[in-house]
Design a binder for this molecule. Structure first.
Ligand code: FES
Length: 86
C-alpha cells in the first residue's frame, strides 16, 4: 500500500507534517513497515478547507486532521490490510 501525504502549500499550512508524524508512529506501532510505504505528494488539486489530503494507492481522501487521524487510519489502512491478508 502506498500512502502519499500531500505536502503542497495549502496542506502544509494545515498540518501535513503532523500527519506524517502520526502516520509514521501508527505504522511502527502496528508493525506495518513492510506493508505501508509512506511518501509525500505535491498538491493533488483537492485542497479542502479543513485538513490535509492523503492518497492511498489510487484513492484520494481529503480533510484529514490529527483529530480524525485514528479513525482514518483504522478505516483505510488497518481494515484494508486485514482484508488483503485474509
Ligand atoms: S495542497 Fe494538498 S491538495 Fe492542494
Amino acid at each position: 500500500m502506498i500512502v502519499q501525504i500531500c505536502v503542497g502549500s495549502s496542506c502544509h499550512l494545515k498540518g501535513s507534517e503532523k500527519l506524517v508524524e502520526l502516520f509514521q508512529k501508527a505504522v511502527e506501532e502496528h508493525k506495518l513497515d513492510n506493508e505501508v510505504a509512506l511518501a509525500g505528494s505535491f498538491c493533488t488539486g483537492q485542497c479542502n478547507r479543513v485538513g490535509v489530503t492523503i492518497t492511498i494507492d489510487d484513492d484520494v481522501f481529503t480533510g484529514i486532521t490529527p483529530e480524525n487521524f485514528n479513525e482514518f487510519f483504522n478505516e483505510h489502512v488497518l481494515k484494508v490490510i486485514e482484508q488483503e491478508r485474509a
